[in-house]
Every structure is written in structure tokens, then in C-alpha cells.
Design a protein around this ligand. Structure first.
Ligand SMILES: Cc1cc2nc3c(=O)[nH]c(=O)nc-3n(C[C@H](O)[C@H](O)[C@H](O)COP(=O)(O)OP(=O)(O)OC[C@H]3O[C@@H](n4cnc5c(N)ncnc54)[C@H](O)[C@@H]3O)c2cc1C
Length: 410
């Protein structure tokens, strides 16, 4: 008598949005899947993203949407097409979290939080046969290429899974779980992995002590930042050592590359983006009537105290000519020294190079091992593009893993 062979099974390592999405696809295809994560509970970075309202995706036209992924858009367009923003919104609604489009086109769940969505998702995953094992750390591969996962007691968890999906994230905010330690483990297997670098990050600026001690934390709002012909309007915040915020993040990939290539670079801040230089110059040519330069600038040009102080900090001596002063307000030069460390960035650039991956996101040199999420070499601005990219790659890797399992099951 022959006994039935056990169904082949899968493991996912990393319980962030990408890994959980991959697990969901595998379970939906009828295979057992265990998700390991090093942290005491899953999806900590996803929960942190919820503190900012959880910008799940973006509602703009799909062809424009795809271009946000820069060089990676060639490979990612097919992946995003397999799980586009509308499908992500439907998925969220099915979990009880309807979404809405905010004023800037960004998409949020109505609750503005990640926790209700995550709770409902974890319940559904458990019901569909996904087992989550927290406090289990991935430590690399055996010589034969089997993943090594160690439990809290230091024991190596033996598993005979036929497929493994790695969803280990990048290296930003390492206290939330993803620390990029996997980079060396994959390189040790001969894989080409681009070094992780800060993305959507702030930059160091050598403010004077007087300025930073008084204005650290102050927002420049609205502001338009320009670098090499690209202008981004939004918000920036002065920090003790530099500048951060949405407008800075949007330029951060180009700024990071420019600094790596040539050293410190200069961006120009338009501190009155709604008012033309001519109008400003006309207002600034009125008599000062005994007002101090700061008071005059605040009143005539409508500048916030932080903007006046920034002008003084970057130019030391303010021009007394109205036209030159207006030009300075429209394009205050701020010298950026270096990106802030990756641990403080919103996301990571770099990761497993696309050349290592087939269309199902399986490592060509390690058949049966798939990767998804931020650990692949792509980056995108904030605006929902990060989570959308993680979910979509999770869907594609999970479905390809399930197809492989089905083939193994015969
Ligand atoms: C403050 C903040 C706000 C954000 N807000 C938004 C937003 O509003 N919209 C948006 O689109 N994006 C946002 N992001 C980015 C988004 O959260 C990430 O891009 C996304 O979480 C990455 O998903 P992931 O599954 O690839 O990796 P992660 O979410 O980082 O998950 C990886 C998992 O792998 C585990 N892991 C790592 N290494 C190991 C190991 N060796 N062994 C075992 N487990 C391991 C980690 O514990 C973690 O749980 C934000 C990020 C931050 C930091």
C-alpha cells in the first residue's frame, strides 16, 4: 500500500506587507505556508506607516504612476499591472477598510490607520491556513542552499519547504525589524545585490548654531525646492542638523546620487512660491519706515520668521537692493552636505538586482527562492508608491511560488 505524498509546502521569511501578501497568494492556491519574522509581532513598519495616515497607493493615471519607479519601472510595470492600485483598494475594502482619495491624489483607508486593516488581514490569513511564527530570525543558507531560520532559544528550525519567499525589507528604521543584514547573506551566495542606501531621506546642512537652536522643528510651508531643473513644491522641516520633509524626500534620489558623485550640492528654496519675483521686488522697494530688516521682510514679503532667519543663515549679509532680495527669496541657496543615515530614512534604495530575478521574482541562481518588497532594487517617492510596490511584488512572487508548488505536487 502506498501512502499519499505530503503536499509540498512553503515558507515566507519577513512578515511585512510584501511577505504577508506573498503568503496570502500561496495559501489561496491551497498550500501550507509558514511565515517567520525576527520581531515579536508582524508588520511593525506597516503599523508605523499608519501613524502618518497610511498612504496605501496613489490614484493618478497608471502610465504616470508607473514612471514614479524610475529605472525600475521597466520591470515593475508588468508587476504593477498584475496588482494595480484599484485592485489594492478593492483588497483593502474586502478587509473592511474602504479607501478614499485625498486632495493630492493619494489614497488612504478611511480610518487613516494601519492597525484595523492589519488585524483583519491577520485574521483572514490565519483562517486560510497561514501560520505566523514571530521571533524567528533568518541567518542565511546552508551549503545546499536551504534557508537557516533560528528560533528565540537559538535552535535552528528544520524545515523541508520546497519554496521559500524572502521578504526581508530594506534597512531604514531598523528597530522595526528590517536591518539589511540579509545583504551579506545573499552576496555570500554569489548574488548581485546593490548596496542599500537611504531613500526618501533628509540631508545634513551646516546651519549656524543660532539658527538651528531656534528653528529646529520649524516647517517651511509652502516651499518649492529646486535641483538641476526639477522643482518640487511641498513642505520641508528644519532639523538641528539639516532639512527633511516631503519636498526634500521627493528630490532625495537625485540629490543622493549627485552628492555621491560630486560631494555637497546646492538646492534652491523658493520661500514664496505663490508670489512672482516682480511682485516681491515691487513690495520690497517700498520705504522701510524705520522697521528692522526682519520686520520689513516679514511684512513686505509675507515671510515666516523661520524663512527670514533662513535667508540670513544662507546669505550672511542680506542684499539691500529690492530685486536682489526678491531673487534671494525666490531661490535661497541651501548647501546639502550628505544624506542622513539610512536608519533615519523612510525607505531604502538598492537591493537584489533585477538581473538576478526571473519574471516571477525567483532567484535564477537559487531555484525555489523568491524575493519581494523593498529588498529588490527599486525606489520610489512617498505618495503610496512604496506600499503599492511591496504589495504588487508580494502578489507576483507568491503566485509564482504557488505555481512552482503546484508543479511539484504534480
Ligand atoms: C515612518 C515610515 C512611514 C511610512 N509611510 C508610508 C506610507 O504612508 N506609504 C507607503 O507607501 N510607504 C510608507 N512607508 C514605507 C513602507 O512602510 C515600506 O516600504 C514597507 O513596509 C516595506 O515592506 P516590506 O514588506 O518590503 O518590508 P518591511 O515592512 O520592512 O518588512 C520586513 C520584515 O522582515 C523582517 N526581517 C528582516 N530581517 C529579518 C531576518 N534576518 N530574520 C527574520 N525577519 C527579518 C522584519 O522584522 C520585517 O517584519 C513608510 C516607512 C516608514 C519608516
Amino acid at each position: 500500500m502506498t501512502s499519499a505524498l505530503p503536499r509540498p509546502s512553503a515558507i515566507v521569511i519577513g512578515a511585512g506587507p510584501a511577505g504577508l501578501m506573498a503568503a496570502e497568494q500561496i495559501a489561496a492556491a491551497g498550500f501550507a505556508v509558514t511565515v517567520y519574522d525576527g520581531m515579536p509581532s508582524p508588520a511593525r513598519k506597516f503599523l508605523m506607516a499608519g501613524r502618518g495616515g497610511l498612504n496605501l497607493t496613489h490614484s493618478e493615471d497608471f502610465s504616470r504612476f508607473v514612471q514614479r519607479y524610475g529605472e525600475a519601472s521597466t520591470r515593475l510595470s508588468v508587476i504593477l499591472d498584475a496588482f494595480p492600485p484599484e485592485t489594492l483598494r478593492r483588497w483593502s475594502a474586502e478587509l473592511g477598510e474602504e479607501t478614499f482619495v485625498g486632495s493630492s491624489g493619494r489614497v488612504f483607508p478611511r480610518s487613516f490607520k494601519a492597525s484595523p486593516l492589519l488585524r483583519a488581514w491577520l485574521r483572514r490569513l490565519e483562517a486560510s491556513g497561514v501560520t505566523i511564527r514571530p521571533r524567528h530570525r533568518f541567518e542565511g543558507f546552508t551549503e545546499k542552499g536551504a534557508p537557516i531560520v533560528r528560533d528565540q532559544a537559538g535552535e535552528i528550525v528544520a524545515h523541508d519547504a520546497q519554496v521559500c519567499v524572502l521578504a526581508l525589507g530594506g534597512a531604514s528604521w531598523p528597530r522595526l525589524g528590517s536591518d539589511g543584514a540579509w545583504v551579506d547573506m545573499l552576496r555570500a551566495r554569489g548574488l548581485d545585490v546593490a548596496s542599500l542606501a537611504p531613500s526618501n531621506c533628509g540631508f545634513d546642512v551646516a546651519w549656524t548654531k543660532v539658527f538651528s537652536s531656534r528653528f529646529a522643528g520649524a516647517p517651511l510651508k509652502p516651499v518649492a525646492l529646486s535641483f538641476e531643473g526639477e522643482t518640487v513644491r511641498g513642505e520641508a522641516t528644519i532639523t538641528a542638523d539639516g532639512l527633511e520633509g516631503g519636498a526634500v524626500y521627493a528630490l532625495s534620489a537625485r540629490l543622493r546620487e549627485a552628492i555621491a558623485a560630486q560631494g555637497p550640492c546646492v538646492i534652491h528654496a523658493d520661500l514664496r512660491p505663490d508670489v512672482g519675483a516682480d511682485v516681491l521686488a515691487a513690495r520690497l522697494s517700498r520705504p522701510r519706515a524705520g522697521q528692522s530688516a526682519s520686520t520689513f521682510l516679514r511684512k513686505a514679503a509675507g515671510l515666516q520668521p523661520v524663512a527670514v532667519a533662513l535667508l540670513r543663515d544662507v546669505s550672511r549679509v542680506l542684499p539691500d537692493n529690492a530685486d536682489a532680495l526678491a531673487q534671494l527669496i525666490k531661490a535661497a541657496p541651501v548647501r546639502l552636505l550628505s544624506p542622513r543615515p539610512i536608519a533615519r530614512a523612510i525607505s531604502s534604495a538598492g537591493g537584489v538586482r533585477w538581473s538576478e530575478l526571473d519574471d516571477g521574482l525567483m532567484l535564477k541562481r537559487m531555484p525555489g527562492v523568491f524575493v519581494c518588497g523593498e529588498m529588490i532594487d527599486w525606489e520610489a517617492p512617498t505618495g503610496g508608491y512604496l506600499l503599492q510596490g511591496c504589495f504588487a511584488t508580494g502578489v507576483v512572487a507568491g503566485q509564482a511560488a504557488a505555481t512552482r508548488l503546484a508543479a511539484l505536487a504534480g
